[in-house]
Design a protein. Structure first.
Ligand SMILES: NC(=O)C1=CN([C@@H]2O[C@H](COP(=O)(O)OP(=O)(O)OC[C@H]3O[C@@H](n4cnc5c(N)ncnc54)[C@H](OP(=O)(O)O)[C@@H]3O)[C@@H](O)[C@H]2O)C=CC1
Ligand SMILES: CC(C)CCC[C@@H](C)[C@H]1CC[C@H]2[C@@H]3C(=O)C=C4C[C@@H](O)CC[C@]4(C)[C@H]3CC[C@]12C
Length: 293
């Protein structure tokens, strides 16, 4: 037996034993009862579904997005579902001043913060990179810098509550996919920022958890409209996806993978056979339908 195997086999055994016997806490909806939560991008898609789950769990909600009318409807539904309270602030995350304003509103309206769910994205295209540098800059401001600004403003409240930051990212923030060049750049940036910040929190004993969520294709209206004709992989349901994100945040997990098995397997391939994964991804694209768009 090679020397490497002599080390690897006992090491794998140790990892498995640790995994089986470590006291993994189970999720209970009561964990979110009475918690003060901000959800961004909550007027539609996964953000809207997260607001409904949190409402059913009895949280205090502050939701945000640009479209006032949609937010009002989501707030009304949250109250019906049992939210301890539900309020909204409308505005655009292109402007970091608005991002900071939302956190100040939480301080005034909720008197503190337990969970910050960063989920919004600005609109982009699903096509070959068009070379528009201005669009990349704008998307970085909406999808990345506003996340940074909200985190910085929320730190004092989160330190006080021992709270959580939940960052909604994508497989496109871990692996290169065709037709998501500007978007993918913003999602990779989130991984760099938040994974590095998590390390500093550990060094400084800062009791704030950071959960990065790695999602595959999800059946939200906007994603279906943009990619359903071109991407051959079947989309996963937004309701279940939203619940998995909340569970991961409440359990203070480092990362959430949805759906777990396919994403974990793809990340394994990325690390051990990157060219093979790239090839398998390209095979899941129907370029004929791209031309028809
Ligand atoms: N759906 C998918 O296949 C996947 C999604 N994800 C991630 O999941 C998250 C949610 O995606 P999904 O639910 O599909 O997206 P949606 O397009 O359904 O929702 C996006 C939300 O962001 C808001 N928004 C858009 N532009 C702005 C802006 N400039 N300022 C503030 N808010 C804005 C929208 O509301 P309004 O227009 O009213 O402002 C809406 O509430 C994102 O982080 C995305 O990257 C990750 C992988 C796959
Ligand atoms: C390798 C497999 C396990 C998973 C493959 C998943 C592929 C098909 C998934 C992973 C990330 C997904 C994109 C994404 O993150 C967000 C958006 C924004 C939305 O408005 C339009 C759709 C779009 C571009 C998704 C399209 C489908 C993508 C490429």
């Amino acid at each position: 037996m090679g020397r490497l195997q002599k080390i690897l086999i006992p090491f794998a055994g140790l990892v498995l034993a640790f995994w089986f016997y470590s006291a993994r806490e189970d999720f209970k909806p009561e964990m979110l009862k009475g918690k003060r939560v901000i959800v961004t991008g909550a007027s539609s898609g996964i953000g809207e579904q997260m607001a409904y789950h949190l409402a059913q769990m009895g949280s205090h909600l502050l939701i945000t997005a640009r479209t006032e009318a949609k937010l009002q409807k989501v707030v009304a539904r949250c109250l019906e579902l049992g939210a301890a309270s539900a309020q909204h602030v409308s505005g655009s995350m292109e402007d970091t001043a608005f991002a900071e304003h939302v956190v100040k509103e939480a301080e005034e309206l909720l008197g503190g913060l337990d969970m910050l769910i960063l989920n919004h994205i600005g609109s982009s295209y699903f096509h070959y990179f068009d070379g528009d540098v201005g669009h990349v800059r704008k998307l970085l401001e909406t999808n990345f810098l506003s996340y940074v600004a909200m985190t910085v403003s929320a730190l004092p409240m989160l330190k006080e509550s021992g709270g959580s930051i939940v960052v909604v990212s994508s497989m496109a923030g871990k692996v290169g996919f065709p037709f998501t060049v500007p978007y993918s750049a913003t999602k990779f940036a989130l991984d760099g920022f938040f994974s590095s910040l998590r390390q500093e929190f550990a060094l400084q004993n800062t009791n704030i958890s950071i959960t990065l969520c790695i999602l595959g294709f999800i059946n939200t209206d906007s994603a279906m409209k943009a990619a359903a004709d071109v991407v051959l992989i079947p989309p996963a349901p937004k309701e279940e996806c939203a619940l998995e994100i909340i569970k991961g945040g409440a359990l203070r997990q480092r990362e959430v993978y949805y759906k777990y098995a396919t994403i974990k397997f793809s990340l394994l391939l990325r690390d051990w056979a990157a060219d093979l994964l790239d090839y398998l991804i390209r095979r899941e694209y129907n370029l004929e339908n791209l031309e028809k768009k």
